[in-house]
Every structure is written in structure tokens, then in C-alpha cells.
Design a protein around this ligand. Structure first.
Ligand code: B12
Ligand code: SF4
Length: 521
């Protein structure tokens, strides 16, 4: 049977990074079936185009995965496929929390023939075999223990994802127009892939707004260090062979949740020479440890994603995230920046203690820290989170099924001290101020003492991150953005060329000296 695994596009950014679930399920598919992967973020398709593709390819089963934010889009694709007579199975966090919605058992329309609840590592092979026999069931749930809890995959052994041979063209981050030039320039920049890799699952912290503790559990399961190192070596080998670049996003919710294990993992990576540039999520409280930060730098860590959420401790207490201390944020970022590691700092507006002016106050605080990539979202009650339950009980949900009429940056409930509209404006203001050409220039200037590569990385990342709020989906939008930031772009490009010429001049001098001494002059 031919199977298509499909991830709908998020409507905001294009090809950033493939989703791990697709590669994982592909690796877990029983032999005898062919699995095709399409990520709508990298390869945009309309519903009709997808249906035609599925017909032409003779696909017998389509698996769709989506977060809550993308679920309405996912349902539209599923509806079109089912109308064309194709079986659809859906999985991921949203349908796990709302299976009746996907199956049309809540009074609404049916979108999926089957749903996979929770982690599908063990159920996916059963789904495939049932579908191949024409006996797809409606619900697939992992086996449970005596207490009725899902039995979670141990991640040991971990499925082999054949990164070294997989077709990754749709995820090349180098734009098609720039590929020939960059290939010719050398340095292996004809292609650049960011690849998701997990080293463990689960998080014990239980922040009120988060689905992770409920979905993956509060006890953490780790892969062996050997299996992580082996996967990194294969990725590195592929990049070298294809003269391309690869970076890894460790998608663990908190890579350093067990500091002792993380340090050993990073030491093992260093010892095996398996370093590739990497990004990971680590909470601020775990970044107090100087040795850990040294190891992060030595093992290839470039950017750390920190869920800072709010600079107001009262808000942090409200969402059960007291372990992360706003008063420490500046020092944590200094500690990282000293090692040329920068941070993606994530903030949530619309918490109950927020008042108007929160954007101004937060941005001012951020600007007193080493520069990074701030991102601003809003408190969103995802189904089955403690936050959702609290707001629902208090009768505060303005749009209880906000995902069915998804509106970017419009809250589904009113915070206690602001209106929904005020929260939207605060969010916009924070994005505008943080990614203006002036602020981009200041961020690059603030790390003037760092090597050119870090300043370039800071600028390029800032141009991309701006797109999370202000979609930059076509060449025109990009050209305008580069034009608006031309002073910073030009000064870095000029410096780069000067360095390039200098290194060529030095190379020629060395070659001349070697030739002269060899000929006895
Ligand atoms: C990596 C990641 C991202 C990446 C996504 C890009 C990418 N290509 O991966 C980035 C950083 C961009 C991102 C952004 C966001 N993310 Co995110 N992200 C994650 C993270 C940390 C890991 C995802 C992952 O790969 N997990 C590991 C895989 C193995 O697990 P899985 O995807 O759940 O898949 C398993 C099962 O669910 C199931 N399954 C999944 N899909 C399917 C499909 C089928 C057919 C089947 C059968 C089974 C199946 O099988 C898999 C194996 O068991 C998760 C948290 C987490 N630990 O999962 C949050 C998470 C998915 N993100 C979340 C959120 C909220 C967001 C944002 C909306 C945050 C924000 N406020 O901006 C944005 C959305 C941005 C956008 N516009 O797309 C929430 C989603 C909650 C929800 N109910 O929707 C999560 C769960 C974190 C949380 N705090 O609750 N995210
Ligand atoms: S927000 Fe991060 S630290 Fe908090 S429960 Fe979710 S994954 Fe864990």
C-alpha cells in the first residue's frame, strides 16, 4: 500500500524545519509499504492539488498530523480527501485531546476515518496493517498499565531514521535562486537543512498552559547517548558528502532537564567528533551551571530557546512556572553570550497580571540584555491543559473552540486587566519594536566584538524571525526587507568581502613563499 504522511502548512512561515513525526512513522512502517512525506510548509498545495496527487499516485491511506493552531486547515484537507474516497487517519496533540471532534462524534462533521491517540510509535504499525486489510478502526490507543495510563515508548532502542539517504530537497533552506551561486562560492552552502532530533520525551514541570506534561507524561524517557551520537554522525557525514550544511534542532522540551545526563551526552558528542551546529530548548533555571554552558558551546550549541514567558513574577506564579526567575534572565543571557551562544527568548502576553504597556516594559527589559531573538505570543488555552479547565470553569472562554475559527494573535479569553484587542495591540507593538531595522542594527552593533559569523547569524536570524509575525512569503517581501535593513546588510557584506580578499592575499603570499623556498631562491 502507498501511504502519504501530510503536514498542513502553518500559514505563516515556509520551509523552516521538517516535522519529526513524519520521519519517525515512516521509519516505523512495516515492510512492504511505500511512505511518501509532504510538508505543506515546504511544498504548498491546495486541497484539490493534494487530492489529485493522491489519486495519481494511487495512495491508499493518508496520515495527517497537526497542532491545534493548524487543525482547521488539517480538517479541510482531510474532508477533501475523504470526499474523494481516500481513508484518512489523524494524529498528534490536538486530535488526542479532541478525538470526538475529528471523528464527528461531538455533533459536528466527521473529518477522519481513524484517530491515533497519544504517542503512536506502537500503534502506527497496527494502523497500517488494518488499513491495508481494509479494516481500519476508529480509535487507536496505546496499551495501558494497571492504573489505566498509556504505556509510553521507552525510546530504547530508538527507530533508525535513515537521514543519510532520505530525500530532503523540499526542506533545503537555501532559496532555489541562490543555490547555483552559493554552490560555486564553495564552503558547502548549496544546501542547508535544519533537522529535528529528539534525545528524550516528557517534562515534569507542568506549566499551566502547556500540553506536554499531559501528553508525554511527567517522567522522562531518554534515548541512549550512543544512539543520539550515531544519528548525529550520520547527519554530519551526509552534509560533508553532499558539500552542504546541516544544523540540528533538539526538539526535547527541556534538553537539560537531567543536567548530569545532558553533560554526559554533550561530552560524548564532543569525544566522538559528532558536533554540528545545534539549537535546543532549555529553561533558564538550568542555565545557571557554568560547566553545562561550556559543554553546550563545545558541542556545537549556537542558539538556546528559553521560554521566559513574562518579566513579571506574579504572572509566572499564575501559570505555575515559578521555577523560572525573571530576575535571572539577564545574567543567563550574559553567560551564554560570553560563549557566542545566543537565545531565542519566548514571551507570552495576555497573562492575568498584564496591563497595557506590557510590550513597552518587556521590550525595554529585553534591550538591556545581550541581543537575541525575542518572540511574542499570547496566552492560549489549548484543550486538556490546566489553563483551559481553569478558564472554562470560570466561564471566561470567549471562544471555547477557538481553533475552529483560528485568528492569529486574537486571544480566546480576556485577560483580567486588559481587553482582547489591547492584548493584540501589545503583541504587535512588541514585534514591531523588536524587529525594526534600527533594532536589528543595534543588535548587531551590540556584539561588535564577536566574530563576523556570529553577527551575520544574528542579522539573518532576525530577518527570518520577523516573518513569524509579519509573513514574508514571497520574493518581493524579502527584497523589501533587505532594502529596509540595507545599512546593516551592506556593512556586514563589505566586512565579509574585505576578510575574503585578505585571506586570499595571505594565501597567495604563503604559496609564493613556499614556491620560492622550494626553488632555492
Ligand atoms: C519542535 C516543536 C515546534 C517547532 C515546529 C516545527 C517542526 N518542524 O517541528 C516550532 C519551534 C516551529 C514550534 C512552533 C510552535 N509550537 Co511547537 N512544539 C515543538 C515540540 C517541542 C516538538 C514536536 C515534536 O517533534 N515532538 C516529538 C514527536 C515525536 O512527537 P509528536 O509530534 O507529538 O508526534 C507523535 C504523536 O503525536 C503522534 N503523531 C503526531 N502526528 C501524527 C500523525 C499521524 C497520522 C499519526 C498516526 C500519529 C501522529 O505520533 C508521534 C510519535 O509518537 C512540541 C512539544 C513536544 N514535545 O512534542 C511543541 C508543540 C507541538 N508546539 C506547540 C505550540 C503551541 C507551538 C506554537 C503554536 C507556539 C507559539 N505560541 O507560537 C508554535 C506554532 C508555530 C507555527 N506557526 O507553526 C504545542 C502544541 C499544543 C497543541 N495542542 O497544539 C506543543 C505540544 C508544545 C506545548 N507547549 O504544548 N513548535
Ligand atoms: S512549558 Fe516547557 S517547562 Fe513548562 S511544562 Fe511545558 S515543556 Fe515543561
Amino acid at each position: 500500500m502507498k501511504i502519504l504522511l501530510y503536514n498542513p502548512d502553518n500559514g505563516v512561515t515556509r520551509n523552516f524545519m521538517p516535522h519529526l513525526w513524519m520521519f519517525l512513522l515512516q521509519a516505523l512502517t512495516p515492510p512492504g509499504h511505500e511512505v511518501i512525506l509532504i510538508d505543506g510548509n515546504a511544498r504548498a498545495m491546495t486541497e484539490d492539488e493534494l487530492v489529485n496527487y493522491v489519486r495519481e499516485e494511487g495512495i491508499g491511506l493518508v496520515g495527517i498530523g497537526a497542532m491545534t493552531r493548524m487543525i482547521a486547515r488539517a480538517y479541510r484537507f482531510a474532508d477533501a480527501l475523504r470526499a474523494a474516497g481516500v481513508k484518512v487517519v489523524m494524529g498528534g496533540p490536538h486530535v488526542t485531546e479532541c478525538p470526538d471532534e475529528a471523528l464527528g462524534r461531538d455533533g459536528g462533521p466527521q473529518h477522519a476515518d481513524a484517530v491515533a491517540l497519544g504517542e503512536a510509535d506502537a500503534t502506527w504499525p497496527l494502523i497500517v496493517e488494518d488499513a491495508a486489510r481494509g479494516e481500519l478502526k476508529a480509535v487507536y490507543q496505546p496499551e495501558t498499565d494497571a492504573k489505566g495510563n498509556d504505556l509510553k515508548p521507552s525510546l530504547q532502542p530508538y527507530p533508525h531514521i535513515p537521514w543519510e539517504t532520505l530525500e530532503l530537497d523540499q526542506f533545503n533552506l537555501v532559496p532555489g535562486v541562490a543555490q547555483p551561486l552559493l554552490k560555486r562560492l564553495g564552503g558547502g552552502w548549496g544546501q542547508f537543512h535544519v533537522v529535528p532530533l529528539e534525545t528524550g520525551r516528557g517534562c515534569p514541570y507542568g506549566c499551566e498552559f502547556c500540553t506536554v506534561t499531559g501528553f508525554f507524561g511527567d517522567s522522562i524517557r531518554f534515548r541512549t547517548n550512543e544512539s543520539v551520537v550515531e544519528e548525529l554522525l550520520r547527519l554530519k557525514g551526509r552534509a560533508r558528502k553532499e558539500r552542504g550544511q546541516v544544523a540540528v534542532f533538539f526538539i526535547d522540551d527541556n534538553l537539560a532537564i537531567n543536567i548530569k545526563r545532558t553533560k554526559q551526552l554533550l561530552r560524548d558528542i564532543i569525544e566522538a567528533g559528532a558536533q554540528v551546529p545545534w539549537v535546543a530548548q532549555i529553561s533558564a533555571n538550568l542555565l545557571r551551571d557554568e560547566e553545562l554552558v561550556d559543554l553546550i558551546a563545545a558541542s556545537g550549541g549556537k542558539w538556546v530557546f528559553i521560554g521566559m514567558e513574562s518579566i513579571d513574577p506574579a504572572n509566572m506564579a499564575d501559570v505555575n512556572k515559578n521555577f523560572s526567575k525573571p530576575s535571572e534572565y539577564g545574567a543567563v543571557l550574559e553567560r551564554l553570550a560570553r560563549r557566542n551562544i545566543f537565545a531565542i527568548t519566548s514571551f507570552i502576553f495576555g497573562m492575568d497580571n498584564d496591563t497595557t504597556g506590557v510590550a513597552e516594559r518587556t521590550v525595554k527589559e529585553i534591550e538591556s540584555w545581550p541581543p537575541g531573538l525575542p518572540v511574542f505570543g499570547q496566552l492560549t488555552p489549548f484543550p486538556a491543559t490546566p489553563l483551559y479547565d481553569r478558564l472554562e470553569k470560570a466561564g471566561r472562554l470567549a471562544r471555547p473552540k477557538h481553533w475552529l475559527d483560528f485568528a492569529p494573535f486574537v486571544m480566546a479569553h480576556a485577560p483580567l486587566k486588559m481587553t482582547i484587542e489591547e492584548a493584540r495591540q501589545e503583541t504587535r507593538r512588541a514585534w514591531e519594536q523588536s524587529y525594526s531595522p534600527e533594532r536589528n542594527a543595534q543588535a548587531v552593533e551590540a556584539i561588535a566584538g564577536h566574530d563576523l559569523q556570529y553577527r551575520l547569524s544574528m542579522l539573518v536570524s532576525r530577518l527570518f524571525f520577523r516573518g513569524i509575525y509579519f509573513p514574508q512569503m514571497n520574493r518581493r517581501a524579502w527584497a523589501k526587507l533587505v532594502f529596509d535593513n540595507r545599512r546593516t546588510v551592506l556593512s556586514l557584506v563589505r566586512e565579509g568581502f574585505a576578510k575574503y580578499r585578505e585571506s586570499r592575499r595571505r594565501g597567495a603570499e604563503v604559496a609564493g613563499a613556499v614556491t620560492a623556498s622550494a626553488s632555492g631562491d
